[in-house]
Design a protein around this ligand. Sequence first.
Ligand code: ZN
Length: 423
Amino acid sequence: MTKHANNLSIDAKRLWNDLMETARIGGTARGGIRRLTLSEEDRRVRDWFKAECEKLGCTVQVDEVGNMFATRPGRNGTLPPIAMGSHLDTQPTGGKFDGVLGVLAGLECLRTLHAADYETHAPIMLVNWTNEEGSRFAPAMLGSGVHAGVFDRAYADSRLDSEGTSFAHAIEAIAYRGDVPAGATPIGAMFELHIEQGPILEAEGDTIGVVTGVQGMRWYDVDIVGRESHAGSTPMSMRRDALPAAAALVLAVQGAARACPGAVATVGTIAVHPGSRNVIPGAASLSVDLRHPDAGALDGIEAAIEQALAAICTEQGVTGTLRRIWDSPPVPFDPRCLASVRHAAGSLGYRMREITSGAGHDAAYIARVAPTAMIFVPCAGGLSHNEAEDASFDDCGAGAQVLLRAVLDYDRRLAEGRQEESP
Ligand SMILES: [Zn+2]
């Protein structure tokens, strides 16, 4: 057998079997998975993952927040490993592919390297990040966030689920508190394969999304204050009604996002006070979720919304405040990693397009500490965080093949000295 990187083919059927086998751990009657982080189901899939990696001769280490690192040695043991990874935890009514595909495709890549006895230059590592979903313990992407220094271990330990159980208690209950200090595992680069969780690739007939970054996200609270008064005896001209002002702002938010290509904005909640049929609303509070891949564009839309709010308040005789309560900056992925993904998808002949991620991912935090990129494959109808979430056999296989070739391309560039060895 010629051990050339371009001859290595992943086994799509073996990957699919792994997806279907592990989907039984926490499998739901409607074909989804309920595998909450640090639950008994999570323990079972972690045990499975560890055993499968060890069968391939990998060393599996666990850090103190439960992140699992399976390492396959390379020729140069001094190099930080090139990582593949995602998450095996799911939403309470999650699907079979979100996160799981990225980990199991990485496992399939390791199986392929192992079967071919292929030696890479740098070590190759597969990571299962703890609590990506954030549905049992908020916030999301907790394990990768701790690794990247966004949160510390004590913060992770203190998180409580809805029953009052702490992260610290839960991780010890399933015996996945490892002894590797959080953040101590070096990563030379990371590639995360994930389903798109949106409709674009499917709609355009593309197989591979080259994810150039994760869009920035800002959350706002808006409070509008008018004056409560009698619905029957207050003339229209003398009202200070908070709700029409809020309604106008909802449309202004929509208009500001529509005016800026690539932007999405959502008013997801609105509360009206006092909430009585015959009382003119004296106050209204709403939330705004704003996202765009570019920070400058976010600034522009934010200014437009502020301006609209001021004009609406004058017009309606009310007062209003807009407070930014959360700012998650856009994350551009690494050009060297992206070059390897483009090369991989191109050399395999897949239809591809560039895309930005609308959702957060572990890769967004890892990008702070290592060169990182993501690969998307389509999911049916763009549906995710749903038991009906679906991705095709062919697309899962294509994603795994691109993942393997991108990792090997990055490794080859390292070996040829075309990339600094310690990014
Ligand atoms: Zn995910």
